[in-house]
Design a protein around this ligand. Structure first.
Ligand code: ZN
Length: 167
């Protein structure tokens, strides 16, 4: 297992669009494994490749800690409803802000074997999917925050009670 360095707000790599994955390679498999390790180590609910400095359309998401999703070239194909709540990002540690997102999304992507998959999410999973996909286009949740960024203290919060988690 390898933990990669998480790029933080202000790093220009976070504002660049990512390229599609056309072929799964040993190097990209290693990247995906490292992204999962890095997300769990940081107690995050999601991580996008640009957050570890790689401009490829790859995200990992796990909102329960027991249900990892690997999404290659993901696209949101349906969205509906609305949720307004606290959101954080591993690239802005210790910060949170109020963001409105769809309450339900359907995402099409490829899995690690480059087979098509469909992931449907509600509430926190829908929020995490939207947040991670924004990273692939160089966007951060700070662009969507209503009001000011706040200090969050996820480390002291029980995981079950943490409002949104960082992604
Ligand atoms: Zn993020």
């Amino acid at each position: 297992m390898a933990i990669r360095n998480i790029r933080e707000f202000g790093d220009p790599v976070l504002n660049k669009p990512c390229r599609e994955v056309t072929e799964m390679t040993p190097r990209l498999r290693e990247l995906v494994e490292d992204m999962l390790d890095t997300m769990y180590e940081a107690n995050g609910v999601g991580l996008a490749a640009p957050q570890v400095g790689v401009l490829r359309r790859i995200v990992v998401i796990d909102v329960t800690g027991e249900d990892p999703h690997i999404l290659i070239n993901p696209k949101i194909v349906e969205k509906d409803g609305e949720q307004t709540g606290s959101e954080g990002c591993l690239s802005l540690p210790g910060k949170a802000g109020i963001v409105t997102r769809p309450n339900h999304v359907v995402c099409e992507a490829l899995d690690i074997e480059m087979n098509p998959i469909r992931l449907e999410g509600e509430e926190l999973l829908a929020r995490a999917i939207c947040h991670e996909l924004d990273h692939l286009d160089g966007h951060l949740y700070t662009e969507l925050v209503e009001g000011d960024l706040m200090d969050a203290n996820y480390e002291d919060a029980d995981e079950e009670e943490a409002p949104g988690g960082e992604a």
